[in-house]
Design a binder for this molecule. Structure first.
Ligand code: KMH
Ligand code: ZN
Length: 271
């Protein structure tokens, strides 16, 4: 019997604007409300990016603090800060919010083309972010966008650059990274040690099929507007809650219980 399903909601992201997607939450109030809706629908982790007063992506500590507080006022959930930020965010800014000690933080495991941009994660960048994550006692989620990044995980583990306990997120279907083909997910999953917790986040049209396959394979799922603004072809999602609700319905059909926040914390080694 598979473990209960941990649903992550990537509610905001750093790439979209309200012009791309009119319901994009950008103010602290909007982000916290959207997170609340997703958690009420069944998400236990909120993957968090925040926006400044103009709606632009920011790694400002005061904004992360305000949004975190507003989410905590509304619901109990695991809050996971992005250290990826937006493409081109300087290293110091990427690490800055970690001093607020969120439950989790992302750690991207390599440089890649990211659409028409370059998402820079050199060895020194990964090590620096990993150090700040560890200094603050945060559980890392390793973001794997491409197969070679699994080799970096193994090498960094061997060298002690990353801690031994982490969660893994396969982020598939980003142009420049690995595709969201199911065979790629199977290949990646085979690289994990027994008992390693993992999630899949499918970008765009890959979100739904990868979610369904991950659920059937015993993995966990990330959905949300950061990864896909569409509910189905040609139809925008109404909210983060709406896409989480669909995952919950599929999980029910697959007889996969959905993890509550405390269960998710326990499975991830956070409690
Ligand atoms: N915004 C992307 C460049 C993360 O959150 O750590 C990187 C990203 C990954 O979203
Ligand atoms: Zn992100």
């Amino acid at each position: 019997m598979a473990d209960p399903l941990i649903i992550t909601c990537a509610a905001v992201g750093a790439e979209l604007s309200k012009e791309d997607y009119p319901h994009l939450p950008t103010t602290p109030e909007e982000i916290a409300e959207s997170a609340r809706g997703a958690v009420e629908a069944g998400a236990s982790i909120i993957h968090l990016h925040v926006r400044d007063e103009e709606g632009n992506p920011t790694q400002r500590v005061d904004v992360f603090a305000e949004v975190t507080e507003k989410i905590r006022e509304r619901c109990d959930c695991i809050i996971q800060y992005s250290t990826g930020g937006a493409v081109g965010t300087p290293l110091e800014q990427r690490c800055a919010p970690l001093k607020l000690r969120p439950d989790m933080a992302t750690l991207s495991m390599g440089t890649m083309n990211f659409g028409t941009d370059i998402f820079e994660n050199s060895e020194m960048t990964i090590r620096a972010i990993s150090e700040v994550i560890q200094e603050n006692g945060i559980m890392p989620e390793l973001e794997i966008f491409d197969y070679g990044m699994m080799d970096t995980v193994d090498r960094f583990l061997y060298k002690g650059f990353i801690p031994e306990r982490f969660h893994v997120d396969f982020v598939l279907g980003v142009p420049g990274g690995m595709s969201g083909d199911i065979r790629d997910l199977v290949l990646l999953r085979e690289r994990l040690s027994a008992g390693q917790t993992w999630t899949v986040a499918g970008a765009g049209r890959y979100q739904l099929p990868l979610s369904a396959h991950a659920m059937a394979m015993g993995g966990h799922v990330r959905v949300g507007i950061e990864d896909n603004i569409y509910y189905r072809k040609g139809e925008l999602a109404r909210s983060n809650a709406q896409v989480v609700q669909r995952v919950v319905r599929i999980a029910e059909e697959l007889d996969r219980a959905v993890a509550g926040v405390q269960e998710a914390k326990h499975m991830l080694g956070l409690s």
